[in-house]
Design a protein around this ligand. Structure first.
Ligand SMILES: *[C@@H]1O[C@H](CO)[C@@H](O)[C@H](O)[C@H]1NC(C)=O
Ligand SMILES: *[C@@H]1O[C@H](CO)[C@@H](O)[C@H](O)[C@H]1NC(C)=O
Ligand SMILES: *[C@@H]1O[C@H](CO)[C@@H](O)[C@H](O)[C@H]1NC(C)=O
Ligand SMILES: *[C@@H]1O[C@H](CO)[C@@H](O)[C@H](O)[C@H]1NC(C)=O
Ligand SMILES: *[C@@H]1O[C@H](CO)[C@@H](O)[C@H](O)[C@H]1NC(C)=O
Ligand SMILES: *[C@@H]1O[C@H](CO)[C@@H](O)[C@H](O)[C@H]1NC(C)=O
Ligand SMILES: *[C@@H]1O[C@H](CO)[C@@H](O)[C@H](O)[C@H]1NC(C)=O
Ligand SMILES: *[C@@H]1O[C@H](CO)[C@@H](O)[C@H](O)[C@H]1NC(C)=O
Length: 323
């Protein structure tokens, strides 16, 4: 079934795709998120064939930076943590995955090159055997959703995608919590390096800056000198997982967070006599998928949703006959 393959005009597939995605939105919600990724795959496949779809396929409002500053609309760049002493300390949202990234990367999925596959490309995985050990934090991204509990925690898997995050749980290391900004689709990550379980998962000295820079370093294949980064620093590099290759462009940005210890959770163990707990820089990632597994035909995967496989040829056939 390749309803678009014979079309020679570039606008017809675009129109059909828009109609098809509107139809998909009417399907039951249990299949909706899967269909999102499927239609994104179709879009990417069409783009690869040079059939560019134009701006009508990006209905979501979005700042040109690919994220909105939460503090400009009642939110915070620090997470909200229960039971800190003194009360009200938080952890910095020190990495942003910009909504200018490929749409497929902005979907929370291990399939189709989604966010979880991207994180596995840098050895960060979901928690040990599904056991969530840390306590949840909240964030308010200034997107009208108020204080929202983290989506989940990801932990460094020591090169073992199956049980490696268990090792992190006991030994400590690189980990992150993340949220998505409803108005833009950007991901906000609170990244840090923590001590082992016995030490109560405190954050190590300079653990926020270093956590951010380990993540950036792993994504770009560079060792980031944490004390030397500025708001002019950029890095670029690529990672691969499951035959998806991700090109990550990083820009360090000032002005979102402060260079300070004020309000920072675990500040006593993180700051040094010379430097405050955080340097105030946020690493903004813009990610493109530069190659995909050859065997994963977007059209074939589209058809493996049963309801859709039945409905689509009929509906599209009907539409084609009208054009
Ligand atoms: C924070 O603590 C309050 C009161 O104990 C509880 O109701 C709330 O669920 C906690 N929030 C999180 C994110 O754990
Ligand atoms: C959201 O978190 C902020 C910061 O901790 C707090 O001041 C506010 O009361 C919280 N809002 C709600 C509705 O819980
Ligand atoms: C925004 O929130 C609404 C309702 O909670 C949800 O349906 C929608 O998918 C969210 N959009 C994004 C981009 O997160
Ligand atoms: C990648 O992350 C690990 C910690 O999880 C760290 O030991 C290593 O130095 C990082 N690599 C780079 C290039 O930053
Ligand atoms: C950091 O900057 C200092 C001063 O410019 C320089 O001497 C040092 O080599 C830099 N360190 C790294 C790791 O780039
Ligand atoms: C970069 O940081 C310097 C201070 O270190 C500041 O004066 C300048 O405005 C910042 N530039 C941008 C683009 O944020
Ligand atoms: C943060 O402040 C310290 C001094 O308190 C200074 O040495 C450092 O250069 C500042 N870092 C940035 C990124 O502005
Ligand atoms: C992934 O790449 C490897 C090596 O190039 C290849 O053997 C394998 O078949 C590919 N898998 C998929 C799903 O494309």
């Amino acid at each position: 079934m390749r309803p678009f393959a014979s079309s020679s005009s570039s606008s017809r597939p675009a129109i059909l795709l828009l109609i098809a995605s509107n139809l998909l939105a009417l399907l039951p919600s249990s299949s909706a998120s899967r269909l999102d990724t499927q239609s994104a795959a179709r879009r990417a496949a069409l783009e690869e064939r040079g059939e560019v779809l134009g701006s009508a396929t990006s209905p979501r409002r979005r700042a040109s930076t690919g994220y909105n500053d939460p503090t400009s609309n009642g939110g915070y760049m620090l997470t909200i943590v229960n039971g800190t002493y003194p009360a009200g300390l938080g952890e910095p949202l020190n990495v942003i995955l910009s909504a200018n990234s490929d749409k497929d990367v902005l979907v929370k999925s291990t399939d189709n090159g989604g966010f979880l596959n991207y994180m596995l490309s840098t050895q960060l995985g979901e928690e040990c055997l599904g056991q969530h050990l840390g306590s949840d934090q909240e964030a308010n991204l200034g997107d009208g959703q108020g204080n929202v509990t983290e989506i989940e925690e990801l932990r460094w898997n020591y090169g073992n995608p199956y049980v490696g995050t268990c090792e992190e749980t006991f030994n400590g290391g690189l980990h992150l919590r993340y949220w998505t900004q409803n108005t833009t689709g950007a991901y906000f990550l609170a990244v840090s390096v923590e001590k082992d379980l016995a030490a109560g998962h405190d954050i190590v000295v300079d653990g926020y800056n270093v956590g951010r820079d380990y993540l950036v370093g792993n994504l770009t294949g560079t060792t980031v000198p944490s004390r030397n980064v500025t708001n002019q620093t950029t890095y670029s590099g690529s990672t691969t997982y499951n035959n998806y290759t991700y090109q990550t462009d990083v820009q360090y940005v000032s002005g979102l967070l402060q260079n300070t210890s004020n309000g920072i959770n675990h500040y006593l163990t993180v700051q040094t006599s010379q430097y405050p707990a955080i340097d105030g820089l946020v690493a903004v990632l813009t990610v493109k998928i530069t190659s995909r597994p050859k065997t994963s035909s977007a059209i074939a995967r589209f058809a493996d949703v049963p309801a859709l496989a039945l409905v689509t040829p009929l509906v599209l056939g009907g539409i084609m006959s009208l054009i």
